[in-house]
Design a protein around this ligand. Structure first.
Ligand code: 6R9
Length: 704
């Protein structure tokens, strides 16, 4: 490698951040916090590891158990060499999660407390529902489901926008022991049908349509298509329940859709925008939610289920393409969702807690629905997007509801950073105490902006690492106890024993980098891949026997802080140096002109692999929109400077937008194809916007 000392082109536009700089927990949080110091965290952590039964049974005491188990509190096998993998917490105990989320809170006197504020796509379209009201609606809908013949163990697909009925539907399934399988209402008809078929769902709940920003989505027509595919494949779905969210039937629509009738607007919260939407109707199969609810009984005894009975399944993409139905069970998930929400967001009775994730993703399951309800706090269900009507929407909502705890994704933060700080600062954010991030490694640049601009340098930032499979946070700071380093998810949550393994499967103790694995089960870990236990064992337990393999890389620094370096398949090996794409991206993002960056591995005849970068420029950059050789030089220098000359990217291309999944994850698999000019990009069904692909192929540098 040549030219290691060339620092001549360092630009004034690059801000370096000291990776060891630490931020103290905000003083004002400590007095009332559940965990007040790092020492207290360490003591509790030790206990959670050495005596999981004692630790988790204390947490279980907060909940109602219809009957206790006489068997083992925890039983498991994590080692494929010893037999099949299994994980069981509190098997034999009987409970019901909807009872614990609702009846128990009402009994404690929280009946009149707001369970959820609902904030619609349009500012001004809003409502709220109390714990008592939510309980009543859930009981009614449970009776509706029972009336339709849905029983314990049946799978119910849910394809809904972010409306209160979505939570009602989840909790009603849980109340009668049915298993919900939520599909994010942004997936195509084909993806939806794949998931319905794989889970063998007997019913689906949806809504007529939804506005997402300024785009109108006809959800019912997507569901119609999906159900058509299911029928063609010989597995018709008997029941489709439709929430009337927005349609006022025009004459045109009602004339060619018999039996639609006029559905009374019985929605539990708020007024709804009335927009014309053409809906087709299949009598016998399709039912209006409000029609079914009209006659439903307001009382419904919960079905007492086993701790290890399934609660829900949720599909996550697999490296082989076919999505995996991650299965979670009742009691372990309940304990873990409630405990992580309580400690990581340091929940207090008067909190207004807002997680912006869609319930269609695991973050929404755990941190919009089950975690907050399990702690009896008031949450927000947000139907809108960060950019509608403008880039100030998040901060407007924070001001409106006096949000105290806020949880969002790095991708949202990075895209909002592009705009002037004034979009944030013109709103009152003095209620904020804790700011969370999840979904991807957060680059220090974005972390610091979140901390300084959004949090006014007065809030704790919790960078929470976890997965659909883990059920809840596994590596995370605790807001009043952990000194944070921007970009580090810091330390394990209670009950989590992380290890870093080398390629050969040796544990790296002390500082080092490798595969992130976990050594023992925690209550929230997935139990199987629905219908394919072998795939569960192969995906998570085969590579390193005795460990749960996350598929992510991690680095432990001298002080023991953990830094997630990204998916293992996002590692680049340049001339024998193992590099994470996240590291390179972070270096690029420190440049003033850069809004977002993604880097992938590209084959190289000498180095083996080299780095190929995609860079999105800030719209308002004072360097202009110009992507030119000068800028490429500066960016190259930035990476050399930050990581080392070996990390110097060979290619940097202009990317007006990056290919992302609907949950905002950059699809590096597709970027790798673009980098090598391979048009055979495979499955793009999870891509939010397919048009970016063509643009990126066109903008490839000539020499690549
Ligand atoms: C909760 C969720 C899981 C993958 C995970 C990792 C990435 C999530 C992260 C993070 C770095 C964080 N990830 N949180 N990487 N820092 N704080 O996102 O679940 O959709 O299953 O994705 O997301 O790569 O393996 P899921």
């Amino acid at each position: 490698m040549s030219d290691t000392n060339n620092q001549g082109s360092q630009s004034q536009h690059i801000h370096y951040h000291d990776p060891n700089a630490k931020f103290d927990p905000p003083e004002r949080l400590i007095k009332n916090a559940h965990i007040k110091s790092f020492t207290q965290y360490q003591q509790m952590y030790e206990q959670s590891i050495n005596d999981p039964e004692l630790f988790w049974s204390q947490i279980a005491e907060q909940f109602h158990w219809e009957s206790q188990s006489s068997g083992q509190f925890l039983d498991y096998n994590f080692d494929v060499r010893k037999g099949p993998i299994f994980i069981k917490w509190m098997e034999g105990a009987r409970t019901n999660i909807s009872f614990n989320m609702l009846d128990r809170n009402v009994e404690k006197g929280l009946g009149d407390k707001v369970a959820f504020y609902w904030e619609g796509n349009d500012p001004g379209d809003h409502g709220k529902i109390t714990y008592q009201e939510l309980l009543e609606k859930v009981c009614m809908f449970s009776n509706v489901l029972k009336g339709l013949g849905i029983k314990k163990g049946n799978r119910v697909a849910i394809y809904m926008p972010m409306i209160v009925e979505l939570v009602i539907c989840m909790l009603a399934c849980a109340r009668i022991g049915a298993v919900h399988s939520i599909v994010f209402a942004g997936f195509s008809a084909e993806s939806l049908s794949d998931r319905i078929l794989d889970a063998n769902c007997c019913a689906i709940a949806t809504a007529d349509g939804v506005w997402r920003g300024s785009k109108l989505l006809n959800l019912k027509s997507i569901v119609d298509k999906a159900l058509e595919i299911c029928k063609e494949k010989g597995k018709p779905v008997a029941t489709c329940i439709v929430v009337r969210h927005m349609s006022v039937l025009s004459e045109e629509a009602s004339s060619d859709s018999n039996n639609v009738g006029e559905a009374p607007d019985e929605s539990p919260v708020g007024k709804r925008p009335c927009k014309k939407l053409k809906i087709n109707w299949q009598p016998g199969r399709d039912h209006w939610w409000s029609d079914l609810m009209k006659t439903a009984d307001k009382n419904c005894d919960p079905e007492w289920v086993d701790a290890e009975d399934p609660l829900f399944m949720l599909y996550t993409s697999g490296s082989t393409g076919k999505p995996k139905g991650v299965l979670h069970t009742v009691a372990g998930y309940m304990l873990y969702a409630a405990a992580t929400t309580k400690y990581v967001f340091d929940l207090q009775p008067d909190d207004i807690y807002w997680c912006t994730a869609d319930i269609g993703w695991i973050t929404g399951h755990t941190y919009v629905c089950y975690g907050p309800l399990g702690n009896g706090v008031s949450g927000i269900i947000f139907e809108g997007t960060p950019f509608y009507p403008d880039a100030g929407r998040f901060w407007a909502v924070i001001e409106k509801y006096k949000v105290t705890k806020f949880y969002t994704a790095p991708t949202a933060i990075r895209s909002l950073m592009k705009f002037e700080d004034n979009f944030v600062t013109k709103y009152n954010r003095s209620s904020l105490r804790i700011l969370g991030t999840v979904g991807e490694p957060i680059n220090p640049e974005a972390w610091l902006w979140y901390h300084r601009v959004v949090g006014n340098s007065e809030c704790a930032i919790v960078d929470t690492f976890w997965q659909t499979e883990t059920g809840g946070h596994v590596i995370t700071p605790l807001p009043a106890a952990t000194k944070t380093k921007p970009g580090s998810a810091t330390f394990p949550f209670f009950g989590i024993v992380p290890a870093i393994l080398s390629d050969e499967g040796k544990e790296i103790t002390g500082p080092g980098e490798g595969y992130l694995v976990f050594k023992q089960p925690w209550p929230g870990i997935m139990r199987t891949v629905f219908g394919n236990h072998e795939r569960f064992e192969i995906t998570y337990f085969k590579k390193f026997p005795g460990y749960y393999t996350t598929g992510d890389g991690a680095k432990r620094d001298e002080e023991g802080y953990l830094w997630i370096t990204g998916r293992i398949d996002d590692m680049v090996n340049v001339s024998g140096h193992l590099l994470s794409t996240a590291e390179v991206e972070s270096a690029l993002q420190e440049h003033d002109a850069v809004s977002e960056a993604a880097s992938v591995s590209h084959p190289h005849h000498i180095k083996g692999e080299c780095i190929y970068c995609f860079v999105t420029l800030k719209e308002a950059s004072h360097l202009g929109e110009l992507f030119n050789d000068e800028l490429v030089k500066e960016l190259t220098a930035a990476v050399r400077q930050k990581i080392g000359p070996f990390a110097q990217p060979d290619f940097i291309q202009n990317a007006p937008a990056l290919p992302k999944t609907r949950s905002g994850k950059i699809m590096r698999r597709i970027l790798r194809k673009i980098a090598v000019n391979d048009r055979d990009i495979g499955d793009t069904s999870t891509l939010a916007d397919e048009t970016v692909i063509d643009t990126l192929f066109k903008l490839r540098p000539k020499d690549a």
